[in-house]
Design a protein. Structure first.
Length: 372
């Protein structure tokens, strides 16, 4: 669904269709869909869809930005000012998840102008307007939300990390919304130096996964360890996961109780994919890319990932149950495109969103692609 960035360069843009100038053979058609501008900087970080003609994408331009797809284009929808009238100096929305046209959640963080303290942000769409929700934050702590998964208007999860007193040691953070309030639930923080949670997904309120990576002391150590935790309805428990050198997990997607996928990067081997079989996470074949940053799965035979190749050019890849097919996503005019979210638009189409940076001016803008 989301989450980290991959860069795209090269080729031509013709009548909204992205046309590759080289690289792997096309496995899908990628069409750019108009998105609204929001100043000299900006970009999408996450995307979700209710139907083929109703979708949400979030990100920022120094403040939080929300856009909605109406079947033709993406347009800005009014949302709360996360800068608090100037009291904060930076804010961003990282992900959005919708259960219907009348219910969606978005999360992110806002940084105070004085002291730089970070506060987790949660917004909710009620069918007519976005409103900011109260998120508990102990005094003197930094809190950040990176991902969200909603099951209903009264059942949603958000994950991220928290630190106290300006410390660089981050602990994992998981919060649940019960229809009235957000509340933190106990989690495991395996890294003795720091921990990052990048993704959350699940098939039910008692069967959830969150993924990320951790780092152990001493301070000279730079080897990250993959991290996955499972919620069974009463507790979060760390589950053993493979590593291949320094290993990062950037996204997770659940299909069933016996099938889930997590993707990322390993310093030995590049693109990294692990799969849950109901009893253990195992390394499985990855597409021929250097890194994977986002994953969405309809079934065990229809999995989409976003990543970059050995030259740093981004691509999408699809698993059909037997093999991976790769689709490059070049940009026109020598611009750099960063894709940060992948989600399903319908039973046969996908969304990929991110930011486009102009090669001449350095300015960035929101960009969205439909994949079919």
């Amino acid at each position: 669904m989301r989450r980290t960035f991959l860069k795209v360069t090269g080729s031509a843009l013709v009548a909204g269709l992205i046309v590759a100038s080289g690289g792997p053979a096309w496995a899908a058609t990628v069409t750019q869909v108009p998105a609204a501008s929001a100043g000299a900087i900006g970009g999408f970080a996450g995307v979700d869809s209710v139907s083929a003609t109703d979708g949400w994408a979030v990100g920022g331009n120094g403040n939080g930005v929300v856009q909605r797809f109406n079947g033709t284009r993406w347009s800005i929808v009014a949302s709360p000012d996360l800068l608090n009238g100037g009291a904060n100096n930076w804010a961003y929305l990282t992900e959005v998840d919708a259960t219907s046209a009348a219910n969606a959640f978005a999360v992110g963080q806002s940084t105070a102008a004085s002291g730089g303290e970070k506060s987790a942000v949660a917004l909710r769409w009620n069918g007519s307007a976005w409103s900011r929700q109260a998120v508990p934050k102990p005094a003197g702590t930094d809190t950040e939300l990176t991902a969200v998964k909603a099951f209903s208007a009264s059942d949603a999860w958000a994950v991220g990390q928290t630190a106290s007193g300006g410390s660089t040691f981050r602990k994992t953070l998981a919060m649940h919304y019960n229809g009235a309030t957000w509340a933190a639930t106990p989690t495991t923080s395996p890294g003795t130096r720091t921990n990052f949670v990048t993704a959350v997904d699940g098939i039910a309120t008692n069967d959830m996964w969150m993924a990320g990576y951790s780092l152990n002391l001493p301070y000279g150590n730079r080897i990250r360890q993959s991290m996955v935790q499972h919620w069974n309805g009463s507790a979060w428990t760390q589950v053993a996961t493979p590593n291949n050198g320094s290993t990062y997990l950037y996204d997770v997607a659940a299909v069933s109780a016996t099938d889930a996928w997590a993707v990322g990067f390993a310093s030995t081997g590049g693109a990294f994919v692990i799969r849950w079989n109901g009893s253990a996470w195992n390394t499985v074949a990855a597409p021929p890319l250097a890194s994977l940053n986002s994953v969405a799965a309809r079934s065990g035979n229809d999995v989409w990932v976003a990543g970059s190749d050995a030259a740093g050019a981004p691509a999408l890849a699809n698993w059909n149950g037997a093999s991976w097919s790769v689709t490059p996503v070049p940009a026109g005019g020598g611009a750099t495109v960063t894709l940060s979210g992948v989600a399903f638009a319908s039973s046969t189409t996908e969304w990929a969103v991110g930011a486009r940076q102009d090669a001449t001016t350095g300015q960035s803008s929101f960009i969205a692609f439909r994949v079919a």
